[in-house]
Design a protein around this ligand. Structure first.
Ligand code: SME
Length: 153
């Protein structure tokens, strides 16, 4: 089994075996972080109205538990309806720092029945840690988690 398939299998197991939705999302983030060292912080924000609410994460606690649409990399992804791949956050004006040491970030939207219901956000202290392969992997993870996130709205 490839590394990627193993990750997806672990995420599917999290959803199948953990009954409480928030705990299932946390288990899925743990499955990602354990298998991919560059996901130093990885979490799920759920979109409620014009706000993204942090529901589950692995890594350092952040004070940014509610992010308005349009603000930061997370809010930009929703406003533009597009995943965000940031090589170096120091190049951005519209950035919310969860930790001063973070350099690169990826945000992949979670869709359910044609609507954005949330997003997966990952941070890394290295510049350029994320690429199209991460976007592809996280997009598959987002498909698996879509119904769980929709259940939290
Ligand atoms: N950096 C994000 C905020 C979320 S933290 O990375 C966990 C942003 O600019 O929206």
């Amino acid at each position: 089994m490839s590394h990627r398939d193993d990750t997806l299998e672990a995420v599917r197991r999290s959803v199948a075996e953990v009954a409480a939705p928030r705990a299932a999302l946390r288990a899925a983030m743990q499955a990602l972080a354990e298998r991919h060292a560059h996901y130093e912080w990885v979490g799920i924000y759920v979109l409620r109205g014009d706000e993204l609410d942090l529901e589950a994460f692995v890594g350092q606690a952040t004070e940014h538990v509610a992010i308005p649409v349009g603000k930061g990399v997370c809010g930009t992804a929703v406003a533009r309806r597009a995943n965000q791949l940031v090589t170096d956050v120091r190049d951005l004006d519209n950035y919310i720092a969860c930790s001063e040491s973070v350099r690169s970030e990826i945000v992949v939207l979670i869709w359910h029945q044609g609507e954005i219901v949330g997003q997966i956000d990952a941070d890394c202290d290295a510049v350029g840690a994320f690429d199209a392969g991460d976007e592809a992997l996280l997009s598959r993870v987002a498909e698996i988690l879509g119904p769980v996130v929709a259940g939290l709205l």
